[in-house]
Structure formats: structure tokens, C-alpha cells
Design a protein around this ligand. Structure first.
Ligand code: CA
Ligand code: CA
Length: 617
């Protein structure tokens, strides 16, 4: 007995001490941040991969590697127009704009001037619309025109851009800009393009990401470089710099998180007034972090870390939520999903901006650093299904996430979102402007009760929790012979579907009863599963068993609010899914296949390797 009590207390402590999922568009706890709704909104599509997105007003600028774009709903190869590596669409409608500059090489980065009057793009191109532009270019957002007066050059790929005041900052793999020596980092006059004074000594690797402090005094850089201005602690994969001189300034999280060299890097940095959000990957020696961190603007102190295992490509804060893209396969150290065999992946993870929990001991072994005891955020219950594409050959889906107060946008190389064809771009909106039609996903025999007769005149009804892409709390109704006899709520997400039981007493022995379970989300989206029947034991009742029950809708009535997902042409293998009932139209969908995920080249998947020694934060 003592052991059982102790175990129960321990389990309770673990549950409350970690970031158990508790949020969505209508979280059961009012203090939990609300996410956007999981309805995938109609959005323009591209035929390659999206590396960068930038929202300017009601326009979304999209950069990457592609040659064609097409409207939402159009199949690949149909209704296409030419869009070479840079395009734009209307944020609120998802409809492509006329912006068509035709860039002849990859676009890796897009930023906007503080007043939104222009965008700056960087990448690996040499012409824009036939006009020479060497890896950097600027456009008017009013006219879409290439700006003739801004024409600096870089001798290697530009991977990151930022703008503040009258200065544009760039990071990448170049060693000179406009003929002046600049190792991986350079600044330019926003008006003339003249090379500025911001620079550092970065002898190796590349700068993948940069972000600028709200008052413009600091630029934080991240990448695969192993030192900055001769220093490594910090300076290994990250540095905070004076935005005028490039001199290193305090960046304490750089003493803890150590990702650089050939086996790891910081892959993204974003920020808001509340701090800096960074992501990374680890493929072994010289690296140790996958997931997302939040650091404060005050000396770069650690605010939280989510150490979900799996390369993490991009993060964006909005309101009190942080949205990320990754190929996360284990989130157990912060109370999230376990590792599965074969692996299953969550390609979007969403967190509270606030630190709410404490990281538990890393239980997976391998190369993963043990961040035990450090603060973590809450993993929120928002799980759109986004598949892996084939364009890069790296087995990934979304690579970038952008957001404003109303919309969250994912870009990448995926081809299916929520089991519907949608390539490269997708939009989600806050509940107040979203359809809110994403309901419980398990149907038919995947949502069928099992019945038993544990004692005379009783039937025990047991079912596996349903799950919903944007609501953790669902309401369950048990129907006996088509009439609701029980209503209760339960918490679940796709990776955690507890078994629920209820015992129906007062049954008449020798009588057969038929049961179904109905699940309804907070927006009235409803699914009623398959039925099961059983004959009760014990004495026969003298009175009719259902006499006092309020009639309800017949159990076989159609669930009017549910629109089944349809995958019209099953030539593409859906994303790995943890449960077959995520695909509710089995006759037109191939059997779920847990695709191998090779990870990222040259950012490969996780391999067990020794944990590097890391100084304390
Ligand atoms: Ca829902
Ligand atoms: Ca990895």
C-alpha cells in the first residue's frame, strides 16, 4: 500500500512539475495560452521548397527554391504561373499577388525595412529579372520594383538578414561584401547599400541566423562558426555583438548551449521585446542541443529551454505563444510525447512563451545533453498534420514559421496538410477568424467501445480517448441503444489518448444492449464511433430499463458538423502518423507508412555520441 501511495504521489509530482499539454483554441485552463486553430486555410502553393517568409502588412513574401506557383486547391502541374524563387501572396486570402521579380537562384532570407516600404532579400542568386544582383537585392513593397539604388554584393551565400534604423545586417558564408573583407557578417546602409562598420572575426562555418534587439544596440548571430572575435565561450555557434562595431557583448546562454562545427549549428534566431528565441540541431561531437531556447535581452540569460529531440529549424513568438518547426521525435523531458519505435515525428511544436516547468532528467541516453533542472515552457495542444516532401531529399516538411497576431504560416517542402493536398505553404488563423471545423479525428472502429459485464446487471463501457488537432478537452457522450446515458469530459492529444471507462448499472439480465461513444470538441464538432453490443448478466429487471432516460439524437444519425478529410489522389505517402485512425477515409488512402526520416543533410538525424563537456550557465 505504501509503495502504491508513493508511486501515485510521484506521478502527480511529475505531472505538475513538467509542461503537460493543456492548451489549444479553447484551453480547459483559462490561464493557458490559446493557439491558432488547426484549420488549414486555402493558400497559394509552390513547386519546390520555402526557406523564408516575411509578413509586411497584409502581404506575405516567400523565398526559397521553386519555379512555379499555383492557387490553393490546384494539383501539382496545373494552373501554374512562373514564380522563380521569390513570390508573394495576400495574408488574409491566401491568394497569390502579381509580384514576380524572377530571381535566378535560391532565396534564403527576407527582411523588411522598419517602415515596411521595402524588403531586402538574400541568397545565392546573381540576377533579378535579368538585372545583375549578387546575392543581395531590395524591392519596393508598394510597386514590387527592384530598387536600382541598392546593389551591394557578397561573394558567398547570404543566409540571414535583419534591418534596424538605417542599417541592413547580413550573415552567411561569404568572406567579402562589395569587395571589402567581411567574414560571414556584414552591414550595409539601408539607403545606399554602402558597406557598414559592423563586422567580426569568424574564421569558419557560416552565420545561419541573426536578430536585432528592439533598441537596435545589439545583433545576435547564430550558425556553425566555432569562434567569434577569437572567443569561444560564448562565441561557439552564437555571439551577441555591438550593432555598430561588432564587438562581442554578454551572451550567457552561449556558455550553456554549444552547437557548432560540422555536427551542429544554431539554425534560427528570432526575437521580440521579451527575448531571443533560437533553434538548433545536433548530429554528434561538438554539438549538444536540439529544440528551442528563450534567452533574455539582459545579458542573454537563459529563460527556458525545450529540449525535444529532433532538428529544430525555425521559431516565432507571437503573443504569449512560441510556434516552432522541427522533426521532433521525443519530448519526454518536458512532459511531452515519448520516443516510439519506429520513430514518429511532430513537425510543428508550440509552446508557452512563459517558463512554466522544470526539465526532468534526460532518459534517452545517447548524445543528448541533460538539461535537468532548468526551466521549460508548456507544450501546447496544437498539432496540425504536415507531411514530408521530397524536394530537398532531406525527408523534411516545414522549414520555416512566421506569424503575426492573427495568422501562423508554415513554409517548406510538404505536399499534404491535414490530409489534404497543399504544397509548400500553409496558413492557420486565430479561432475568431478561423472556421473552427477541426473536430475529433478517430472515427468508425477506431472509436468503438469495448464492453464487459463486471457484475450482475452492469455493463462496463471502455473506450480510447479520441483526439483533436486543436482542442485538448473533449466531451464524451455514451449512447445506449441510441440514447445518451452518460456525459463527461477528458483530456487527450494525438500522442496521449487515455483509456476511459464508465459502468452502466441497472441493466436487465438477459437483455442485449448496444453502445456507442460520441466525442465533441468545444466548437461543436462531433464524431460518433462504431457500436458494440453485449448481453447483460443477472436478474431481469421488472421495469423497462430506458424509461427515465431523456431521448437524444439517434446514434446512427450523421454527424453533420464533421467534414471528412479527403485525399483525392493517393500517390503520395502521407506523413508518418502515430495511429492509423488519423486517416479517416481508408479506402482512398494508402496504408499508413512510418517513413524513415533520414534527418537533414548536412544536418543529419540524431546519433548517440558522447555528451560534450559544457560549462555551467
Ligand atoms: Ca477542434
Ligand atoms: Ca538531430
Amino acid at each position: 500500500m505504501t509503495a502504491i501511495v508513493a508511486a501515485a504521489v510521484l506521478a502527480g509530482a511529475i505531472f505538475t512539475g513538467t509542461g503537460a499539454a493543456q492548451a489549444d483554441t479553447s484551453p480547459p485552463n483559462a490561464s493557458t495560452p490559446r493557439t491558432v486553430a488547426a484549420d488549414a486555410l486555402p493558400t497559394a502553393q509552390i513547386n519546390g521548397v520555402v526557406w523564408s517568409q516575411k509578413i509586411v502588412g497584409n502581404t506575405v513574401y516567400v523565398g526559397g527554391e521553386f519555379t512555379r506557383a499555383r492557387p490553393a486547391g490546384a494539383s501539382a502541374g496545373t494552373s501554374e504561373v512562373s514564380r522563380n524563387n521569390l513570390m508573394a501572396y495576400n495574408l488574409s486570402t491566401g491568394v497569390m499577388t502579381s509580384f514576380n521579380p524572377s530571381v535566378n537562384g535560391v532565396v534564403r532570407a527576407i527582411t523588411a525595412s522598419p517602415d515596411g516600404s521595402r524588403i531586402y532579400v538574400g541568397g545565392g542568386f546573381s540576377t533579378v529579372g535579368g538585372v545583375a544582383r549578387t546575392r543581395l537585392a531590395a524591392f519596393s513593397t508598394a510597386t514590387g520594383a527592384l530598387l536600382s539604388g541598392w546593389n551591394p554584393t557578397a561573394n558567398g551565400t547570404v543566409r540571414a538578414l535583419g534591418a534596424s534604423g538605417s542599417t541592413v545586417y547580413a550573415g552567411g558564408s561569404f568572406t567579402s561584401t562589395s569587395g571589402q573583407s567581411r567574414q560571414k557578417a556584414a552591414s550595409f546602409s539601408a539607403s545606399t547599400g554602402a558597406v557598414g562598420t559592423w563586422k567580426g572575426t569568424i574564421p569558419d562555418g557560416a552565420v545561419n541566423a541573426l536578430t536585432i534587439s528592439p533598441n537596435g544596440d545589439r545583433v545576435i548571430i547564430g550558425g556553425s562558426f566555432t569562434s567569434y572575435n577569437g572567443a569561444t565561450t560564448p562565441g561557439y555557434g552564437m555571439a551577441a555583438t555591438n550593432s555598430s562595431t561588432g564587438a562581442a557583448v554578454a551572451w550567457n546562454i552561449g556558455k550553456l548551449i554549444r552547437n557548432a562545427g560540422p555536427n551542429g549549428a544554431i539554425l534560427s534566431l528570432t526575437s521580440d521585446a521579451d527575448g531571443v528565441y533560437g533553434t538548433g540541431y545536433d548530429f554528434g561531437s561538438g554539438a549538444m542541443f536540439e529544440g528551442t531556447f528563450r534567452a533574455s535581452w539582459s545579458n542573454g540569460n537563459t529563460v527556458w529551454i525545450e529540449d525535444c529531440h529532433g532538428d529544430t529549424y525555425s521559431a516565432v513568438p507571437v503573443g504569449n505563444v512560441v510556434y516552432t518547426t522541427a522533426h521532433a521525435h521525443f519530448c519526454g523531458n518536458i512532459g511531452g510525447f515519448p520516443e516510439t519505435n519506429p520513430r514518429s515525428y511532430h513537425r510543428t511544436l508550440t509552446f508557452s512563451k512563459a517558463a512554466t516547468c522544470t526539465i526532468t532528467r534526460n532518459v534517452t541516453g545517447g548524445s543528448y545533453f541533460n538539461f535537468e533542472g532548468r526551466p521549460c515552457p508548456t507544450l501546447l495542444a496544437f498539432y496540425p498534420d504536415i507531411n514530408t516532401g521530397t524536394f530537398t531529399g532531406q525527408g523534411q516538411g516545414p522549414w520555416n514559421v512566421a506569424a503575426n497576431s492573427q495568422y501562423v504560416l508554415y513554409g517548406g517542402e510538404f505536399t499534404i496538410v491535414n490530409n489534404k493536398r497543399q504544397q509548400g505553404l500553409t496558413r492557420f488563423a486565430v479561432s475568431s477568424i478561423a472556421p473552427d471545423r477541426e473536430g475529433p479525428k478517430a472515427t468508425g472502429t477506431s472509436f468503438q467501445p469495448t464492453l464487459s459485464t463486471p457484475s450482475a446487471n452492469s455493463v462496463k463501457v471502455t473506450w480510447k480517448s479520441n483526439y483533436d488537432r486543436d482542442n485538448e478537452q473533449l466531451t464524451y457522450q455514451v449512447l445506449r441503444n441510441g440514447v445518451v446515458v452518460r456525459t463527461q469530459t477528458g483530456l487527450s492529444v494525438d500522442w496521449r489518448r487515455p483509456t476511459i471507462s464508465w459502468t452502466d448499472t441497472g441493466r436487465s439480465g438477459g437483455t442485449s444492449y448496444t453502445y456507442q461513444v460520441r466525442a465533441t470538441d468545444p466548437f461543436g464538432n462531433t464524431v460518433t464511433g462504431s457500436s458494440a453490443s453485449i448481453r447483460a448478466t443477472g436478474a431481469a429487471n421488472k421495469e423497462a430499463p430506458a424509461a427515465t432516460i431523456t431521448p437524444n439524437a439517434p446514434a446512427d444519425a450523421p454527424d453533420a458538423t464533421v467534414t471528412p478529410d479527403i485525399l483525392p489522389v493517393p500517390e503520395v505517402v502521407p506523413a508518418p502518423v502515430p495511429d492509423p485512425d488519423i486517416l479517416p477515409v481508408p479506402e482512398v488512402v494508402p496504408a499508413p507508412v512510418l517513413e524513415p526520416d533520414p534527418g537533414v543533410k548536412p544536418l543529419p538525424d540524431d546519433e548517440p555520441l558522447p555528451i560534450p563537456e559544457v560549462p555551467a550557465d
